[in-house]
Design a protein around this ligand. Structure first.
Ligand SMILES: CC(C)(COP(=O)(O)OP(=O)(O)OC[C@H]1O[C@@H](n2cnc3c(N)ncnc32)[C@H](O)[C@@H]1OP(=O)(O)O)[C@@H](O)C(=O)NCCC(=O)NCCS
Length: 178
């Protein structure tokens, strides 16, 4: 599976991606707000194995993609969309910090939303972030998602219960120009 944007190729992960993924997945700065990490090399290997297994599902319920810069063929992060509930999907993303601030997450999230509505036929796409993850909330707003609410005690990770902010976009709100 391959999605393409102006600057990015967003494709299924391969076994050879291990090292590039581990660079960001093992970085405490990058995973500060994630429910996983920092990864050991075994954690990253198990992630790669899991997402490659996911590619064999019929019909497919989860898509975890490598994000690669077209011009340099450099793998700079990952993003995903997972089906849940009735025609609903959840998206997420995580990038190597060397590439933050270039609009890549916005470009990748936009591609996931287009894929979710146009190819998967979803009705609603949502995402959550921890309340202090200002960058992630900005990406959600930039791709047209609307703030739905503050979920208290949503996720247990890194030794404590964490709240989340939830954002979503509905199919009828989506337009390629928006
Ligand atoms: C959050 C993350 C995905 C943003 O990636 P990015 O490629 O830097 O995002 P973009 O360049 O598309 O930025 C989108 C907007 O968010 C803003 N933004 C990004 N990071 C920010 C930060 N740390 N603080 C404030 N604003 C931020 C940008 O300025 C931009 O707004 P602008 O165009 O008006 O300037 C990236 O920082 C990351 O991978 N973080 C670690 C993993 C993570 O937290 N994932 C999300 C889990 S919910």
């Amino acid at each position: 599976m391959i999605l393409e944007t102006n600057r990015l190729i967003i494709r299924d992960f391969k076994t050879e991606d291990l090292e590039d993924v581990h660079v960001y997945a093992s970085n405490p700065l990058v995973v500060e707000h994630m429910i996983w990490g920092p990864n050991s090399i075994e954690d990253t290997q198990s992630f790669i194995n899991r997402v490659i297994e996911m590619q064999k599902e019929v019909p497919r319920q989860g898509f975890e993609f490598a994000v690669v810069i077209k011009a340099s063929n450099r793998l700079i992060g990952g993003c995903g969309i997972h089906l849940c509930g009735q025609f609903q999907g959840e998206i997420g993303y995580c990038f190597n910090h060397l590439f933050w601030g270039n609009g890549f997450a916005t470009e990748a999230a936009g591609a996931l939303i287009e894929f979710g509505f146009r190819e998967l036929g979803l009705h609603r796409i949502y995402a959550t972030c921890r309340p202090d993850n200002i960058g992630s909330a900005s990406v959600m707003k930039k791709v047209g998602m609307i703030y739905e609410g503050h979920i208290r005690g949503h996720m247990f990770h890194k030794g404590k219960w964490n709240d989340s902010y939830q954002y979503s976009i509905l199919e009828n709100e989506y337009s390629k120009e928006g």
